[in-house]
Design a protein. Structure first.
Lengths: 176, 180
């Protein structure tokens, strides 16, 4: 969709970390007149990982071409695609926090998030870490009313099967 | 400020014990209540104090952290810059939080989760009841600020909880960059 601000584009940049990647991406977008809106960047086991949304009069192809120098050495992977405007809004759910930790094993994230999805829970933010033998997942989840009690029971069951700890609690925000 | 009837020297010299780290199962089990007058419990109290004392930056240590799943922990926030009320080095058995207020966020780490820190909301003022190892005397401790945070962290350990179970958001966990 295009409006006065242009189309919304999603850009991902992934690869080995070095200094200046964010500056390179932001400068290339600024030169095109693309307005960087929401973005997130982190390092995942040392790899640079950035996802951002920008609005631009330029097409996805033009933005991709402008970012091409970044991937010229074959190290960074850059993708650009058109995305629709934010239509998710708030689903009316209540915000909860989910912590999961235990000995690393295959399928922890799959098993836990499937239980959350089956209960109608929507994960709005998530991070996982592997440090030594310890695996940790922290997720922010919107849950429909009446669901948390039942979900806690189901999560406890999965936790027992996987030998991990699961903790679901309300994420109350104080409005000041 | 001191706890009436508490004399840490009465515990005797303790041994320095190895500290276990997550995902060690004992860290996730609810600790059993103990008899604070049991000589074995008194010896464990001395061991917790000795282990805490030799661990740089350590302001508290709970029995599950040395592999013993019971309700016993040591705390000492003496000279910590974030402390206000300070009761010195002490050990409590079967401690329970009876009042908690003035909730505020703060960053904390744990010897049993050595590679991570996290933001956790804790009460800035608490009232805790517990029993002193040795005499078995029941005490009520009112404290605040960093000592309150340390007590809540240790009482969580005694109930099988880590700070990981209470972090305030998906991005409230941090890779530790500085080790004390």
């Amino acid at each position: 969709m295009t409006d006065v601000h242009g189309a919304e584009l999603a850009v991902t940049v992934i690869g080995p970390d070095r200094t200046g990647i964010v500056a390179d991406v932001a400068e290339a977008l600024a030169r095109l007149g693309a307005n960087l809106t929401d973005s997130t960047m982190t390092r995942l086991r040392g790899h640079f990982a950035m996802t951002l949304i920008c609005t631009a009069q330029a097409s996805a192809t033009e933005v991709e071409a402008a970012l091409l120098p970044l991937s010229a050495d074959g190290q960074l992977l850059v993708t650009v695609r058109n995305v629709g405007p934010d239509e998710s809004g708030h689903n009316g759910g209540l915000p909860y926090l989910l912590s999961v930790h235990g000995a690393d094993r295959l399928g922890i994230v799959a098993a836990v998030t499937r239980v959350v999805a089956d209960a109608g829970g929507n994960i709005t933010d998530l991070s996982t870490r592997l440090v030594g033998p310890l695996y940790l997942l922290v997720a922010e989840v919107d849950l429909p009313e009446g669901v948390p009690g039942k979900l806690t029971e189901r999560l406890a069951h999965v936790a027992g099967e996987l030998g991990i700890e699961v903790n679901l609690r309300p994420a109350g925000a104080d409005v000041l | 400020m001191s706890i009436e009837g508490w004399d840490i020297t009465a515990l005797g010299a303790g041994r320095v014990l190895p500290v276990v780290t997550a995902p060690e199962p004992v860290l996730s089990r609810v600790g059993e209540a103990v008899d604070p007058t049991d000589p074995q419990v008194v010896a464990l109290a001395a061991d917790l104090v000795a282990t805490m004392a030799v661990s740089p930056g350590c302001v508290g240590l709970a029995a599950p952290q040395v592999g013993v799943g019971v309700q016993l922990f040591a705390v000492d926030v003496t000279d910590h810059p974030k402390a206000a009320t300070v009761h010195g080095a002490f050990v409590l058995a079967n401690a329970v939080i009876v009042e908690a207020s003035r909730w505020r966020p703060g960053r904390e780490g744990c010897m049993s989760v050595p590679d991570l820190t996290g933001d956790v909301k804790r009460a800035g003022r608490i009232v805790v009841t517990g029993e002193l190892p040795g005499s078995g005397r029941k005490v009520t401790i009112t404290t605040d600020a960093f000592e309150a945070r340390a007590l809540q962290h240790e009482i969580d350990h005694c109930n099988g909880l880590l700070f990981l179970d209470k972090v305030s958001g998906a991005h409230a966990i941090y890779q530790r960059k500085v080790y004390l």
